[in-house]
Design a protein around this ligand. Structure first.
Ligand code: ADE
Length: 179
């Protein structure tokens, strides 16, 4: 996307200091989703910034909850399917799960045991990389299911939390980097 579009998108990211606790500078991109032009730019930018070629992955996986906001839209625009990584206890079939630590708190995610076929190349999509806890949990889940991680696609990267280090050597892209 052009510079004007990039600036417009950036202007739609809201910062809330002290949420959900006093040590966090919360970055909120909901205004970008609510804005028709912002949403269009966001999805186009994600497509253009893919960390791997479109033909080098088979499906898109996203984490509940914010990975669900644009993961399926991105997958659809690329002609791929979407794999839901849900919070524990939500999926009726047999599942595989993984625990991780957030910038604030503890979480666990799971997928259906059969959601990913052997050797399937999965692009992991998430809204934001902070410490990289949820992204690396997602990568472990893909591998536990017999798939391979094609790369990571983020909307936002928070600096100074060393999130990239937890991603190993997988290719990753982020649209916006913020302190
Ligand atoms: N998730 C983890 N850290 C965050 C932050 N600072 N803002 C928004 N979402 C987050």
């Amino acid at each position: 996307v052009g510079r004007e579009d990039a600036e417009y998108l950036l202007s739609l990211i809201r910062t809330i200091p002290g949420f959900p606790n006093e040590n966090v500078l919360f970055r909120d991109f909901m205004p970008a989703l609510a804005d028709p032009r912002g949403l269009g730019i966001l999805l186009k930018a994600l497509q253009l910034a893919l960390p791997v070629q479109r033909q080098d992955f088979d499906s898109v996986a996203g984490l509940e909850a914010r990975g669900f906001l644009f993961g399926p839209a991105l997958a659809a625009s690329l002609g791929k399917g979407f794999i839901a990584m849900r919070k524990t206890g939500k999926l009726p079939p047999e599942t595989i799960s993984e625990e991780y630590t957030l910038e604030y708190g503890q979480e666990s995610v799971e997928v259906e045991t059969n959601a990913i076929s052997s050797g399937e190349r999965v692009l992991i999509v998430d809204d934001l990389i902070a410490t990289g806890g949820s992204a690396s949990a997602a990568a472990h889940l893909v591998e536990k299911c017999g798939g391979t991680v094609a790369g990571f696609s983020f909307v936002m990267e928070l600096e100074g939390l060393d999130g990239r280090a937890s991603l190993g050597t997988y290719p990753a892209s982020a649209l916006v980097t913020m302190p």
